[in-house]
Design a protein around this ligand. Structure first.
Ligand SMILES: Cc1cc2nc3c(=O)[nH]c(=O)nc-3n(C[C@H](O)[C@H](O)[C@H](O)COP(=O)(O)OP(=O)(O)OC[C@H]3O[C@@H](n4cnc5c(N)ncnc54)[C@H](O)[C@@H]3O)c2cc1C
Length: 627
């Protein structure tokens, strides 16, 4: 590895782990002009999709759009390697519409590796990192399994499920990071030695089947959208669906097989101690927790164009191989299905994200950043968003600039990071639209309007793409003016502006287009954006007022080291929560799970009284301590 010496360091930034977080982090830091080293266990598994061959979906699609608007790679690569595209919830409101793409896994890996190899200032290196080198509570570099030490001004860790990974299949288990790849045990120990709070999580994946051994006629084809919607605002070509997915169901016989083999399940025998994702349960979990369900759906998803592997979305399991086979033998269409890769469960260590600042730098170790699954999240999209932000913020810090922090009203990325560092996680964290109280503002189709300016300023979005965005913005503006000025008589009613007409719940943009030709050509997505903007106007204004109120609360600081036991009226439970989370502001305290509004009022009253006492009677009290 050629050390690109800058001053006393081998590199500016070292990123450990070329997963979905690490790739975005390394790409961002090097695109911002820093010398970055991306170290990973195998260069063949750069951006490997460990689980489902799909990117996006509800709320995850929003995250990918935001990563794209900031100049990240995931959206572009999903379009480049996508083999089926769908816009979920197309018939519902704009806030819950989200793109999802089936991707060719092998092509996604190769395309990402090629993209990173061609990125200036970025070096890829194959090695296993065993330790973060720290001196004076500052990260200084890493050590690898072969005893090599590499120094850097900042270290970003994104080792995914590899930290002390343990694979379970039935009552057998063995150390691994994912399917037969080495676990990162030493690295996990080194983080424990640094005093970072760690906990154990679990996830699982289904079997992969040979497509030639499946009775396809039994299953219901699931085609992609007629007009695929791209993930990336920078994709200019039309996309094509190349594969079908298929819908199938389990049945009572298959459930019986599971019931009678629960004693061989590491989950139900207590072998697995890690906490699993409630929203992505294994099939044995579904059978046990929903006994009244006669069947559970699953999707047969092609893993790519040049492989016969089929991913069985909905049948993740950690039951023994023999039991997995028996389950399939009882499902029509899968009776003689060949398992190419068995399902398994994996336990791994994660770091409690309350150890982090909103920049994703650890509070205890300066210049050490964590991104992805290590922070307790689950999902390629959540990982990519964190990786991008960690890469950007590590670079900004090295450039002695303030970190880029998004509010909960600006981006799902802001909601994701604020939830993690303020509330912590008790189970693998997955993004949902319900987590975003300002979701009407945070639509997937307006991510560019909200964030592309930041991407351009950071140098992650190029001039061409930014110009194209400004042209789109100008087009939309012309259309809004046109809708405002153009009056029509609908039926025999009063003349009304098209804009006011479009506000009516039963009116869609298609209706408006029957009445008038827009002054400029808009894409399908842009037309839908116009409709959402007009229809949500009132709600958006109300939300903006709420945001101002919340931001005021966020400005009320809670002094470092305050003794919360002194606050009158606070319950013991509230004091414990305040002590464990140590919120920096009343706004942050307000977001701690389980802290009651009454507790917040008591805290505010106490801070006011304290501010008054400190300032002495009669002298003006600084605004931020009273508001
Ligand atoms: C079995 C399994 C099932 C899953 N199921 C789901 C699911 O159902 N739903 C869902 O949303 N997500 C699921 N995921 C999670 C999803 O894969 C991750 O959320 C996502 O990949 C996390 O991205 P990441 O970048 O944090 O880590 P990963 O994508 O896991 O990448 C980590 C990278 O770090 C490298 N690495 C690790 N340790 C070291 C080291 N010491 N030195 C050098 N390199 C190192 C690895 O080689 C790898 O390239 C599953 C993952 C697995 C393994």
């Amino acid at each position: 590895m050629n050390r690109k010496r800058s001053e006393a360091f081998d590199f500016d930034v070292i990123v450990v782990g070329a997963g979905h977080a690490g790739c975005e982090a390394a790409y961002a830091a090097s695109k911002m002009g820093l010398q970055a080293l991306l170290i990973t266990i195998h260069l063949e598994t750069v951006a490997q999709m460990s689980c489902n061959p799909a990117i996006g979906g509800l709320a995850k699609g929003h995250l990918v759009r935001e990563v794209d608007a900031l100049g990240g790679l995931m959206g572009l690569l999903a379009d480049e390697t996508g083999i089926q595209f769908r816009l979920l919830n197309r018939s519902r409101g704009g806030a819950v519409q989200a793109p999802r793409a089936q991707c060719d896994k092998a092509l996604y890996r190769l395309t990402m590796k090629k993209r990173l190899e061609e990125t200036p200032n970025l070096t890829l290196f194959q090695a296993i990192v065993t330790e973060v080198l720290v001196s004076g509570a500052k990260a200084k570099g890493v050590r690898t399994m072969d005893g090599n030490s590499i120094s850097a001004k900042a270290v970003i860790l994104s080792p995914g499920t590899f930290l002390n990974g343990l694979i379970h299949m039935g009552l057998h288990s063995y150390p691994a990071g994912r399917a037969n790849e080495p676990a990162a045990v030493e690295l996990s120990d080194s983080l424990k030695r640094l005093g970072l709070k760690m906990f154990r999580l679990k996830t699982g994946t289904p079997m992969r089947l040979d497509k030639h051994s499946i009775g396809w006629e039994v299953f219901t084809p699931q085609p992609g959208d007629e007009v695929p919607v791209p993930f990336s605002f920078r994709t200019r070509r039309a996309l094509e669906n190349k594969v079908l997915c298929h819908l199938g169901y389990t049945n009572a016989r298959a459930h019986e097989v599971i019931q009678k083999n629960l004693d061989k399940s590491p989950l139900y025998s207590g072998k697995i101690t890690g906490i699993g994702p409630r929203y992505c349960p294994s099939i044995e979990d579904k059978v046990v927790k929903f006994p009244h369900h006669e069947r559970h759906q699953f999707f047969l998803e092609p893993e790519g164009l040049s492989t016969s592997e089929i991913y069985v979305n909905g049948l993740s399991s950690s039951l023994p191989f023999e039991v997995q086979k028996e389950i399939l033998e009882n499902i029509p269409g899968l009776e003689s299905a060949k398992i190419l890769r068995p399902a398994y469960g994996i336990e791994y260590d994660a770091v409690s994200p309350v150890e982090l600042k909103h920049s994703l730098e650890t509070r205890k170790i300066e210049n050490l950043y964590l991104a992805g699954q290590i922070n307790g999240t689950s999902g390629y999209e959540e990982a990519a968003a964190q990786g991008l932000m960690a890469g950007i913020n590590a670079a900004l810090k090295i450039k002695k600039k303030a970190p880029l922090l998004f509010g909960r009203h600006e981006a799902y990325i802001g909601v994701l990071i604020d939830d993690l560092v303020t509330k912590g996680v008790e189970e693998p964290y997955r993004m949902f639209t319900s987590r975003a109280e300002h979701r009407l503002l945070l639509r997937a189709d307006n991510a560019d309007q909200r964030l592309i300016g930041y991407g351009f300023e950071l140098g992650l979005i190029g001039k061409e793409d930014f110009r194209a965005y400004l042209e789109k913005k100008a087009r939309l503006k012309r259309v809004f003016t046109f809708l405002q000025e153009k009056k029509v008589r609908v039926g025999n009613k009063e003349k009304i502006s098209l804009r006011d007409w479009l506000k009516k719940p039963h009116v869609r943009i298609e209706n408006v287009l029957k009445y008038a030709k827009l002054p400029v050509q808009l894409s399908d997505e842009e037309r839908r954006a116009v409709e959402f903007e007009v229809k949500y106007e009132g709600y958006v204004r109300r939300q903006e007022k709420e945001i101002v109120r919340m931001r005021k609360m966020d400005r009320v600081k809670i002094p470092e080291g305050l003794n919360f036991r002194e606050i009158p009226g606070l319950t013991r439970e509230a004091v414990e929560k305040m002590e464990s989370f140590r919120p920096k502001s009343v706004g942050q305290a307000k977001r701690i799970p389980g802290l009651t509004p009454a507790a917040i009022v008591n805290i505010c009253l106490f801070l006011k009284a304290r501010a008054r006492k400190n300032s002495g009677k009669g002298r003006p009290v600084p605004r931020e301590t009273l508001s």
